[in-house]
Design a protein around this ligand. Structure first.
Ligand code: SF4
Length: 327
């Protein structure tokens, strides 16, 4: 059976269930790279130029960790999903950068996904991709339809059940048990954590921030727990029509959760991300206007667990102290 590897990085956190369904319906075996660890990060760092952002370095590390274990690596160039909003240039150039920096890697399946170029362009690229596995166009059409349904189910699961992308993927694709539907534990604070899903969801990159907050009794809210359209409208209220795809997730989620009255917002961004450095200012400024505590955490290869823990503890202490003196 043909083996397709999906690196556990970047858009994996947004589309893995859909991509898995697509390839499996075409008869391929889908494998994913292991969770990030220091070896994988070092592999990526060894190939990328120094000022490449951390998540892209990590993507290269995941590709290298799968060398010799699969026939193809899936690295699409997701340019735009419509509404004239575009992904960052590093995501658009991902297949070309991977081929150039890791010439010895298995063949790359790197279709361009650009819904702004219309349905014909999209379907032609998907059919070209499907032809690696079958010459039957009806089989490809069916795989596309099932993949789309899987994507809707994934998004619905996160927004209706309040799950993070990793939790939803674990339940839908890795057979993890649904969480116990008993009474929810009483949590003292509700904190929105905004940022790219591939940063928040990667335990190594994020230093397990979600687990850390939960262990401190915090109810954690991430962008994927809100329907896409709601986030889009919230981003529009704050900055106008989004032109970057991630504006919806980051600015939209920040604005939405602040309007909902969360106790605080943590922005988790990464070294070397141009879009992050612009987006964070909008949310930070708005938090100041609404008098909502805001913490900006930026991680790089050298960030330590201890440093991050200290800042998070101090932030939560400050919120609790503030709420005590305001009652
Ligand atoms: S949006 Fe930022 S973190 Fe994501 S790939 Fe682009 S530069 Fe890197």
């Amino acid at each position: 059976m043909v083996k397709v590897c999906i690196p556990r990085a970047l858009l994996y956190y947004q589309y893995y269930p859909a991509w898995k369904t697509f390839f499996e319906r075409l008869g391929a075996e889908v494998i994913i790279s292991p969770p990030t660890n220091k070896t994988i990060l070092n592999l990526g760092v060894s190939r990328a130029v120094a000022d490449t952002c951390l998540p892209v370095k990590l993507f290269f590390g995941h590709v290298m960790s799968m060398m010799g274990k699969c026939d193809y690596i899936f690295a699409p160039a997701v340019t735009s999903l419509g509404n004239k909003a575009y992904n960052c240039s590093k995501i658009i150039g991902l297949p070309d950068m991977t081929r150039a920096l890791i010439p010895e890697c298995p063949a790359i399946l790197g279709p361009e996904i650009n819904l702004d170029k219309g349905r014909y362009h999209f379907y032609r690229n998907i059919y070209d991709l499907g032809r690696y596995f079958t010459s039957n166009p009806f089989k490809i059409k069916k795989a596309v339809e099932e993949s789309w349904r899987s994507n809707l189910a994934y998004q619905g699961k996160m927004s209706s059940e309040g799950l993070t992308p990793v939790e939803a993927i674990d339940i839908m694709c890795h057979g993890r048990q649904e969480p116990d539907s008993g009474p929810a534990p009483s949590l003292s604070l509700a904190i929105a954590v905004i940022g790219h899903p591939y940063v928040i969801g990667d335990d190594y990159l994020s230093h397990r921030l979600i687990h850390l907050l939960e262990s401190m009794g915090v109810k954690v809210l991430v962008p994927e727990m809100v329907p896409e359209g709601t986030l889009y409208d919230a981003a529009k209220r704050l900055v106008g029509t989004p032109h970057w795809s991630f504006e919806t997730d980051i600015i939209g989620a920040g604005e939405y959760y602040m309007e909902e009255g969360v106790d605080g917002v943590i922005d988790l961004s990464v070294f070397g991300c141009g879009p992050d450095s612009m987006m964070v200012n909008f949310v930070q400024h708005r938090a100041k206007e609404l008098k909502i505590p805001f913490l900006h955490l930026s991680v790089d290869e050298h960030t330590s667990d201890g440093g991050l823990l200290t800042r998070v503890e101090a932030f939560l202490d400050m919120i609790k102290w503030r709420e005590k003196i305001c009652v």
